[in-house]
Design a protein around this ligand. Structure first.
Ligand SMILES: *Cc1c(COP(=O)(O)O)cnc(C)c1O
Length: 387
């Protein structure tokens, strides 16, 4: 009999994020096949979009990925160490880990010690890297980010010309020039404008490998692939624009368990703030997941349709979905399961909040947000289970 020290029994009703390793690797291969002339990298910033950067990077390295993008140097160190622990990497430039978010004097040593490639985006970044590496030459060259129309981070034309002069003089070794697309997932002319701008600016750096495409950029056509692509969300099963639909597989499945099923009568109210008054007798399932787990409170009452996973409900309803009712609270969410047959769901049954049965982009839309925010916002107490 399981006692209180049996952690798996204690934790069995907690929310779980199941991550399908084979689907992650398959998505990387699918994205790679779309741009056969380019190397395919992976954005693993924000802890691998919430799934766990160490496990994500290990799985993708095993699939063939050698270029990883993080936001901060500390994230890069974690990826480097995870790959080393897995016996996949022993430093140097064979596996490149790019730090997107610029450089500061305090992190130069971290870059050098772990062979991280700084993505230099400002004149200060360039100066900081040259100062920091003048004494101890880096084993890896730097990357350069060019501003092509997003107005977020990157060197404008004058600063790019200055960097190009340093590069031509042998004073700024570079392994990559890159820029970032602002609207690749939408049908606008901005991506073509950015492409033209990137072609013009990157021509200042003849012979240096180039990178422009994020996930959605990979689907914009062969002209966007250059030497290296940088997909993120598409790897993790989020939409990478209309052309990715049906091409990329779901990777993450969020499930939580039903704690109680009760029938409330017409005229009664439900949840915090009595935000819902029932018009009919309603069977309510209380599920053990809430906004502290990363389920956006903004999705309260938005009618996100969720899918009970219990075999009984599946057999009877072929995957029918049930709506959220009332306000999502910190640790609990209420579902209207009136449409399911009595006894169709029981305490202990699990419900899929997103995954193969419920598209994460649909859940995000119901909450007025995007799949990126849902994934990166998954709470710390949601266990990540790799399958
Ligand atoms: C996050 C990021 C990516 C990945 O973008 P997705 O839309 O998730 O594919 C690529 N490049 C840069 C510079 C990024 O910041």
């Amino acid at each position: 009999m399981p006692g209180p020290s049996d952690r798996s029994a204690v934790a069995s009703r907690m929310p779980v994020l199941e991550i399908d390793r084979a689907a992650l690797q398959a998505n990387w291969r699918t994205l790679a096949a779309r741009q056969p002339g380019a190397r395919t990298g992976a954005a693993v910033k924000a802890d691998g979009y919430g799934l766990g950067a160490a496990d994500v990077a290990t799985a993708l390295h095993q699939a063939g990925c050698r270029d990883f993008f993080v936001a901060w140097a500390s994230e890069g160190v974690a990826v480097r160490e995870a790959l080393a622990r897995a016996g996949l990497d022993s430093g140097g430039a064979a596996t490149r880990i790019y730090v997107l978010q610029g450089l500061e004097a305090a992190t130069v040593a971290l870059h050098l010690a772990h062979d991280l490639v700084p993505v230099l985006s400002t004149p200060d970044d360039v100066a900081c890297w040259r100062d920091g590496t003048s004494a101890a030459a880096s084993r890896v060259p730097a990357a350069l980010q060019l501003e092509t129309g997003m107005n977020r981070l990157g060197l404008g034309e004058a600063d790019a010309r200055h960097a190009a002069a340093l590069h031509a003089a042998g004073d700024l070794p570079l392994c990559l020039v890159m820029s970032h697309l602002a609207s690749a997932d939408e049908p606008t002319a901005q991506s073509d404008d950015q492409l033209q701008r990137f072609l013009a600016l990157s021509a200042l750096f003849p012979g240096v490998p180039r990178s422009l495409a994020n996930s959605a950029g990979v689907f914009l056509g062969p002209g966007f692939g250059f030497d290296l692509t940088r997909p993120g969300i598409g790897l993790y099963g989020g939409s990478a624009g209309p052309r990715s639909t049906g091409v990329l597989q779901p990777v993450a499945r969020l499930t939580a368990a039903i704690l109680q099923v009760r029938t409330a009568r017409a005229g009664e109210v439900v949840g915090y703030g009595a935000a819902v008054r029932l018009e009919r007798n309603t069977r309510i399932a209380t599920v053990g997941i809430g906004y502290a787990d990363g389920l956006p409170r903004a999705a309260s009452g938005a009618g996100i349709a969720l899918r009970p996973l219990c075999p009984a409900a599946d057999a009877l309803l072929a995957g029918q979905r049930v709506p959220v009712i009332g306000r999502i609270s910190m640790d609990m969410t209420l579902l209207d399961v009136s449409a399911l047959p009595e006894g169709g769901v029981q305490p202990g049954d699990r419900v899929e909040f997103f995954g193969p049965g419920v598209a994460i982009d649909d859940v995000a839309a119901a909450a007025g947000t995007i799949a990126y925010e849902i994934l990166t916002g998954m709470g710390r107490r949601v266990a990540r289970h790799w399958t």
